[in-house]
Ligand binder design. Structure first.
Ligand code: NAG
Ligand code: NAG
Length: 454
C-alpha cells in the first residue's frame, strides 16, 4: 500500500516537473508522446480520399517534423502532392509555394526537380516583386509578412543566398514594438519572420557585410522581445498571443533564445497549454501547427543532415475518407430523420440574416427562419438542413481552418471590399467562438449572419 502511494507520489512529482522539448531540447516523455499520437490520429481522420489534406504540404511538413514514423502511406501523399504541384503551384501565393518546397525537402525529395518543376527557382522569382516601394519605411510585402516569412525560410533552407535588399526591407518593416504585421504587429507574422531571420543569421556567407549582420541580430532581439511581451494567460492557460499563434511563437523563440533561460518567460507553461490543446472536431490547420511545437522541432531542422524514415504500415481497415461536403446533402440529412431520430432529442435553432452593411437598430435582421435538427448537429449541418427545406440559401468554402461562409441568400461577401459574413450570437452580439463546422447549437440558439467589413 505504502509502496503504491510512494510510486504515485513520484509519478505526480515527475509529471509536475515534466519539461517540454521546445523549452530545453529534451526528448518527449511518455505522456507527451501519447498526446502527440492523439494529434496525429486527428490528422489521419481528416485525410481526404485521395490521401491528401485541404493544405497537403502544411500537414506533410508537420508530420515529418513531429512524428515521421507514424506518417503511414507517405508515398501515396507524395504522389498527391505531385499532382497538386502540377495543377496549382504556379498560381499559388508565396507562402503555399514555400510550404511545398519545405514539404518536399522534409520527405527527402528534391525541390529543385519535383513534378517537372524547379520549385526553388520558381519561388525565388516570385519573392522579387513582394516590395513595390523600396524606399518607404515599414512597408509590408504584398502577400503579407506571414507568407513572406515562410518564403524566406524555404529559400534559406535550400541554401539560396537571401539578397541583401530583402534583409534591408525586413529590418525596415519591423515596427517600434519589435513585431511585424500588416497594419499592426501580430504574433503569427512575427514568428514566421523571426524564424526566417534565424535561418539567414546562420547562413555563413563571406559576402555578408558585418554592419548588416549586426542590424540583423538587433532585429532578432527586438522580435524576441515582442513575442515574449505578448504573453497572455487565460484561466490556467498561458499563451503567446493566443492559442492559435502560440505553437509557431514557441518554435521561433526556441531557435533564437538561450533555452537555459526559458523558465523566465514561462516556456514550460506555454508548452503545456499548447500540448493539451486538442479539442473534439478540431480543424486541420490548428493540429498541424501544434505538432512540431510539441516535438520541439522547427523547419530549421531540415537544414543539414535531415533523414527520412520508413513509416509504419497502414493500419488495418483504415481508409482516408474525410469529406465534409458529403454530410451536407439532403438525402443524408433527411435520412437521419428516419427511425433512429425517434430516440434523439430534436432542438429548434433560429437563423437570421442581415444583408445591409452598417448598423440599423430598427431592423436587427432582414429575415429569420426556424429549423428543427437533431441535438449534436453542427451549425453547418443545421444550415444545410434549412437549405434542404428551402428556408435558407448559402455557400461555404473549406479551408484548413474549417469551413467559412462565402455567401448567404446569393449575396456574396466581396473580399476586395473587405467584406465577410460574420456569425454572431444574436442575443449577445458576440462572435461565435469556433467555426460553423465545429459550433453545435443548443435548443433555442439564435444565430445572426451579418454582412460586415473588416
Ligand atoms: C516510398 O518511396 C521510396 C522512394 O521511392 C521508396 O524507397 C520506399 O521503399 C517507398 N516506401 C513504401 C512503403 O513503398
Ligand atoms: C433602417 O431600416 C428601415 C427598415 O428597413 C429603413 O426604412 C431605414 O431607412 C433604415 N435606416 C438606415 C439608416 O439604413
Amino acid at each position: 500500500m505504502l509502496r503504491i502511494v510512494l510510486l504515485a507520489g513520484i509519478y505526480f512529482v515527475a509529471n509536475i516537473l515534466a519539461e517540454y522539448p521546445v523549452c530545453d531540447n529534451s526528448e518527449a516523455d511518455i505522456a507527451l508522446e501519447e498526446l502527440i499520437h492523439e494529434n496525429v490520429d486527428r490528422l489521419m481522420e481528416l485525410r481526404r480520399p485521395g490521401w491528401g489534406w485541404v493544405n497537403t504540404p502544411e500537414v506533410v511538413l508537420s508530420l515529418q517534423l513531429s512524428a515521421a514514423k507514424k506518417f503511414f502511406a507517405v508515398n501515396e501523399t507524395i504522389a498527391t502532392m505531385d499532382q497538386e504541384v502540377q495543377d496549382e503551384f504556379d498560381s499559388s501565393c508565396i507562402g503555399k509555394k514555400a510550404l511545398y518546397v519545405m514539404a518536399v525537402k522534409a520527405t527527402c525529395g528534391n525541390p529543385r526537380n519535383f513534378a517537372g518543376f524547379d520549385l526553388v527557382e520558381n519561388l525565388r522569382n516570385s519573392i522579387g516583386t513582394q516590395f513595390r516601394y523600396l524606399r518607404r519605411r515599414q512597408e509590408s510585402p504584398s502577400h503579407g509578412w506571414y507568407n513572406y516569412g515562410l518564403a524566406i525560410q524555404a529559400l534559406c533552407l535550400c541554401n539560396i543566398e537571401i539578397p541583401r535588399s530583402h534583409i534591408v526591407n525586413i529590418i525596415r518593416g519591423q515596427d517600434a514594438s519589435g513585431g511585424f504585421g500588416n497594419r499592426k504587429s501580430v504574433v503569427d507574422d512575427t514568428s514566421q519572420v523571426l524564424l526566417a531571420l534565424a535561418c539567414i543569421k546562420d547562413q555563413s556567407l563571406p559576402t555578408r557585410r558585418r554592419p548588416l549582420m549586426t542590424k540583423l541580430k538587433t532585429a532578432i532581439d527586438k522580435a524576441v522581445g515582442f513575442l515574449q511581451t505578448s504573453r497572455n494567460n487565460e484561466l490556467d492557460d498561458f499563451w503567446i498571443g493566443n492559442k492559435f499563434s502560440s505553437p509557431a511563437a514557441l518554435l521561433a523563440l526556441k531557435e533564437t533564445t538561450d533555452l537555459s533561460q526559458s523558465s523566465s518567460w514561462f516556456c514550460n507553461d506555454i508548452a503545456r497549454s499548447v500540448s493539451n490543446g486538442l479539442w473534439e472536431d478540431e480543424p486541420e490547420a490548428t493540429v498541424a501547427h501544434r505538432l512540431p511545437a510539441m516535438r520541439g522541432r522547427s523547419v530549421l531542422a531540415l537544414k543539414d543532415g535531415w533523414t527520412c524514415l520508413d513509416p509504419d504500415s497502414i493500419p488495418e481497415g483504415y481508409q482516408p475518407q474525410y469529406n465534409p461536403e458529403k454530410t451536407l446533402d439532403c438525402s443524408t440529412l433527411l435520412e437521419s430523420n428516419g427511425i433512429f431520430s425517434f430516440f434523439l432529442p430534436s432542438i429548434e435553432v433560429q437563423l437570421s440574416v442581415k444583408k445591409t452593411l452598417g448598423s440599423n437598430n430598427s431592423t436587427p435582421y432582414d429575415y429569420t427562419v426556424l429549423v428543427e435538427v437533431e441535438k449534436g448537429f453542427t451549425l453547418l449541418e443545421t444550415m444545410a438542413k434549412a437549405r434542404c427545406n428551402n428556408q435558407f440559401e448559402f455557400a461555404v468554402q473549406s479551408s484548413s481552418f474549417g469551413s467559412f461562409v462565402t455567401s448567404v441568400d446569393s449575396l456574396e461577401a466581396v473580399a476586395s471590399q473587405r467584406q465577410f459574413w460574420s456569425l454572431l450570437d444574436a442575443q449577445t452580439g458576440d462572435f461565435l467562438s469556433v467555426g460553423i463546422d465545429q459550433y453545435k447549437p443548443s435548443h433555442r440558439d439564435h444565430i445572426l449572419f451579418k454582412l460586415s467589413v473588416y
